[in-house]
Design a protein around this ligand. Structure first.
Ligand SMILES: Cc1cc2nc3c(=O)[nH]c(=O)nc-3n(C[C@H](O)[C@H](O)[C@H](O)COP(=O)(O)O)c2cc1C
Length: 256
């Protein structure tokens, strides 16, 4: 393993931070390394906030990572062009660009001794975020990333076995044994770290009379099933957030 791979293999999300503010130079280095990610069209912008008392996990830095078609339209206008491409295509290419950049920032940060945590629900608060940061139309906050010097040192979290991820030549028939093995790897790994007990997190099972799981057996697969087995059956909320930011993806099924 070389230094880059070692840094990547040691990755862990950090949820406790020192008060120390990273220097301006460190921040610039991290964002420059982010920018150096491959891009389809550089359809992104990053808004920095430095108010740890308002930020998740009291992290000193908060990066709001946006899909940004607006500033590209300004370039098109100067060349005498108008956007013709549909908003779904622009959004998906923009997400690809923005997330590659964000992960480059994570890796650069870790190589400089910083830790980070993504915040995935920004997209559901897009309107509020847009108001707070004066985002123009066609700028959509896709994810946020808090960062700072770690005040904890958890072990790396498990991943699926490689043979549940990497398939050569063709997609295999996934046996019960393979599925169970992948689940075991994840659940045992998270339980070993007491992950959900430490986070004090358990997603409620809607309609259940009482909780069947304790922190001794509530682990990743139960958590993630409760998430995607219950939340957001309709796309309307998200489509509305996108529409209000100028991305017209599909007609919503109900009126607001
Ligand atoms: C897109 C995305 C959204 C996430 N959202 C949140 C979040 O809202 N809150 C949080 O505490 N962690 C969040 N995480 C962190 C994940 O929980 C974490 O990456 C995962 O459990 C794997 O752990 P590790 O990063 O320590 O390896 C998010 C991660 C990603 C990639």
């Amino acid at each position: 393993m070389n230094q880059v791979v070692r840094t990547m293999m040691r990755h862990k999300t950090i949820r406790k931070y020192q008060k120390r503010m990273p220097s301006k130079q460190t921040i610039r280095t991290i964002v420059r390394a982010g920018q150096q990610a491959p891009f389809a069209s550089q359809l992104y912008s990053v808004i920095l906030s430095r108010d740890r008392f308002k930020q998740a996990y009291r992290a000193p830095l908060l990066f709001t990572i946006c899909v940004d078609v607006h500033k590209f339209e300004l370039i098109m206008a100067r060349r005498g062009w108008k956007l013709r491409t549909n908003d779904l295509t622009l959004l998906l290419f923009g997400i690809e660009d923005a997330l590659l950049m964000a992960e480059n920032m994570v890796i650069a940060g870790e190589s400089l001794g910083l830790g980070s945590c993504f915040l995935g629900f920004a997209m559901y608060r897009a309107e509020n975020i847009a108001r707070a940061f004066h985002l123009p139309p066609k700028v959509f906050p896709i994810v946020q990333l808090v960062m700072g010097y770690p005040d904890e040192d958890p072990p790396p979290r498990p991943r699926y076995p490689l043979d549940y991820t990497l398939f050569e030549g063709r997609y295999p028939e996934l046996t019960d044994e393979a599925v169970a093995g992948a689940m075991r790897r994840m659940d045992e790994g998270y339980l070993e770290q007491d992950y959900y007990r430490k986070l004090r997190t358990k997603i409620k099972q809607e309609g259940a009379q009482k909780e069947e799981f304790s922190y001794d057996d509530y682990s990743w697969t139960e958590h993630i099933c409760r998430k995607w087995g219950q939340w957001y059956p309709e796309a309307d909320d998200l489509l509305l957030q996108l529409e209000r930011r100028g991305f017209h993806i599909a007609r919503r099924s109900k009126k607001d």
